[in-house]
Every structure is written in C-alpha cells, then in structure tokens.
Design a protein. Structure first.
Length: 123
C-alpha cells in the first residue's frame, strides 16, 4: 500500500504535521551467514531496518510481514518472526520528515531482496 492510501496519510489530512504516535513494526531480517538486511530511506538517505506503521485492524506481526515484503521483496510467515524489543524512547525514535511531519514510532528466510516503494536501495 502506498502512503497516499494509508491510515497515516488520512490522519495527516486532519492534523497536519503535528506529532503523531504510531504503533508499528520493525524487522531485522538475517541471512544464514548472519548478515542483517538494511534499507536506505528515500526521504533522508539514512540506512535502517525495514519498518512501518500499523494500519487499523492490523497486528504487529501483520505489519512486520507487510513492511518487509513492501520494502525488500522478502516474504515471511508469522511463525518466522521473533519479537526482539519495543522502541519507545522519544529521543531515539522520533522521526522528523523533510515535509515537517513528525512521528514517534513504537515499532527471514532466504529471499532475493530488491528495493521497493519507500526504500531507495538495500544492503
């Protein structure tokens, strides 16, 4: 799903660029050799783990599965996911987007990753 079809986009139409608290999921996909797959953000060029905000009615697991597939092309099943933490430190997990939007996020098998949608490239 593209940003313009998302819950966050609809919310932004109502609240503008004010801070939005968004539950989400972050995935640390690891190869058999122990390498972690990162994506490069298109908005600011930083490298990060695949992640994204939950949609209404979704779960953390569904969000993790969907974001990993959208951003890298890697598909996993829910039983492949291993929860590893909760990110809630505002100083470390607040994102300021170039357009002024601000969010604070509470956010494996082999595949052939390829950059998609919000990821310029992956490594």
């Amino acid at each position: 799903m593209g940003y313009r079809d998302s819950y966050l986009w609809r919310l932004r139409q109502a609240v503008g660029s004010d801070l939005v608290l968004m539950p989400g999921a972050m995935v640390a996909p690891q190869s058999d050799e122990g390498r972690v797959l990162l994506t490069k953000r298109t908005d600011d060029g930083t490298w990060c783990l695949p992640a994204g905000a939950a949609e209404p009615g979704g779960s953390f697991a569904r969000t993790a599965i969907d974001e990993l597939a959208e951003e890298t092309g890697v598909e996993v099943a829910e039983h492949d996911l291993i929860p590893f933490g909760c990110l809630s430190e505002a100083e470390a997990h607040t994102i300021h987007y170039p357009n002024g939007d601000v969010t604070h996020g509470a956010q494996w098998p082999p595949g052939h990753p390829a950059a998609r949608q919000s990821a310029a490239s992956i490594e």
